[in-house]
Design a protein around this ligand. Structure first.
Ligand SMILES: CC(C)(COP(=O)(O)OP(=O)(O)OC[C@H]1O[C@@H](n2cnc3c(N)ncnc32)[C@H](O)[C@@H]1OP(=O)(O)O)[C@@H](O)C(=O)NCCC(=O)NCCS
Length: 164
């Protein structure tokens, strides 16, 4: 993941997160109040991380919701200048690991039908298409593709592989 490191998102990160959010999602950027509400759910039902370069610059972020055994990728993004260097993959790996640590059986997400880069990332991580929400993104009038990725269940204690 180049030199960036992941760490938990804090309230103090929100001005930098907002700058990135507006760059990444110009049509439907979350407000600072929405991020604050998400962070208030950490760690009970939320897990939010940022990717930070050695010079302190925040270059990506991601968030997971985990409620009653189901996890959802709430958001994930990497600054334009730092794309294709493994940061998105590292962020997604962290969310999937956290969902597994919390005992979730599957992770869901919604992605714009026209977001080829995100589709490739999610497919590479084993997400499969399970549904579509027609014209979900407005005003662009673009469908949302719902994707799901199962998490491997840990074998029960004492389980050993048999020969049959
Ligand atoms: C999607 C996004 C998070 C990927 O972040 P990234 O740091 O560039 O991703 P990575 O470098 O870790 O790429 C991992 C893999 O994803 C796929 N991928 C990522 N960007 C891609 C692109 N532009 N075209 C094709 N495949 C792409 C590739 O398989 C890539 O592996 P590779 O580089 O070895 O080929 C980033 O493009 C982004 O922030 N986009 C805008 C915000 C957004 O759309 N978020 C998702 C909302 S659902």
């Amino acid at each position: 993941m180049s030199e960036a490191v992941l760490r938990p998102m804090a309230d103090a990160d929100l001005p930098a997160v907002q700058r990135l959010e507006k760059e990444l999602f110009p049509e439907d950027a979350w407000s600072e109040a929405m991020f604050l509400e998400e962070l208030a759910g950490c760690p009970a039902t939320r897990h939010y991380v940022v990717a930070q370069d050695p010079d302190g610059r925040l270059v990506g972020y991601a968030g997971l919701a985990a409620v009653a055994g189901q996890a959802d990728v709430q958001t994930i993004g990497v600054g334009t200048a730092r794309r294709r260097s493994g940061i998105g993959a590292a962020l997604l790996t962290e969310l999937l690991d956290e969902a597994a640590r919390r005992g979730c059986e599957a992770v869901f997400l919604e992605v714009r039908a026209d977001n080829a880069a995100a589709h490739r990332l999610y497919e590479r991580f084993g997400f499969v298409r399970v549904g579509v929400r027609k014209r979900y993104y407005q005003p662009a009038n673009v469908d949302a593709i719902v994707m799901r990725r199962e998490l491997r269940r840990r074998p029960a204690a004492g389980f050993t592989r048999g020969n049959q």
